[in-house]
Design a protein around this ligand. Structure first.
Ligand SMILES: NC(=O)c1ccc[n+]([C@@H]2O[C@H](COP(=O)([O-])OP(=O)(O)OC[C@H]3O[C@@H](n4cnc5c(N)ncnc54)[C@H](OP(=O)(O)O)[C@@H]3O)[C@@H](O)[C@H]2O)c1
Length: 199
């Protein structure tokens, strides 16, 4: 398969690359590194990325961030960070991808743990995650040509333990292998409309 991984150099994207690259041609995408440079917050950049990549069998997105802070102090602009930096770019990868994805191909997006196991200050990220989980469920029933769509929702990665130190009290940390297996299932498996929880 030809698999395009957006955010390939990141903590989560690297898990997908490690899990898939031995068996498939992986095209790595990032803003500042990779086989193709693209900013998926910019729809024109998404279109250019697909044109450069050509036809693919799978699109994997491991990108996104939101605003962290207490809900009673959050502004509408801050809340929109989760929409603009995590939800919308990943949705646009799907909306713009149909001309470039082969029959029976797949889209795999990335959400996260915060809409099922919240932390203080995590409501913006929780909303983006919940929207992504809902989007794949709703979109799966519309998908043409046998195309599948899923989302991987990991707990905090072991490799990200230091980055999030103190923010996720009591949460488990998951291995790169466990996260990679979820992307493997999404890309190489048969399910659609699923949230693959890794915890
Ligand atoms: N790490 C965790 O423990 C964890 C757990 C659950 C869910 N998640 C979710 O997984 C996703 C990725 O997180 P991460 O920890 O892997 O982040 P990360 O380590 O910061 O990596 C993000 C990667 O995505 C690329 N990227 C960011 N914005 C982009 C854009 N607009 N267009 C193209 N590429 C872009 C970055 O490349 P450049 O640096 O070149 O821009 C980087 O390679 C996020 O949605 C996060 O919420 C992470």
């Amino acid at each position: 398969m030809r698999v395009i991984v957006i955010g390939a150099a990141g903590a989560v994207g690297n898990c997908a690359v490690e899990a898939l690259s031995a068996r498939h041609e992986v095209i790595r995408v990032g803003r500042s590194s990779g086989d193709i440079r693209a900013d998926i917050e910019d729809v024109d950049s998404i279109r250019a990325m697909y044109r450069e990549a050509g036809k693919v069998d799978a699109v994997v997105s491991a990108v996104g961030h939101g605003y962290f802070g207490p809900v009673h102090e959050m502004t509408s602009e801050q809340f929109m960070q989760g929409i603009n930096h995590k939800l919308l770019p990943q949705v646009n990868l799907v909306l713009e991808g149909f001309d470039f994805i082969n029959d029976r191909g797949s889209f795999t997006l990335t959400s996260g743990v915060l809409n099922r196991d919240p932390i203080p200050g995590g409501s913006c990220a929780a909303a983006a995650n919940g929207a992504l989980d809902g989007f794949v469920l709703g979109a799966a029933v519309d998908m043409p040509r046998g195309i599948r769509i899923n989302v991987v929702s990991p707990e905090v990665l072991e490799v990200s333990r230091q980055k999030y130190e103190g923010f996720f009290p009591g949460h488990v940390h998951v291995s790169n292998e466990a996260v990679g297996l979820a992307y493997s299932k999404a890309v190489e498996g048969c399910l659609t409309g699923q949230v693959f929880i890794v915890d």
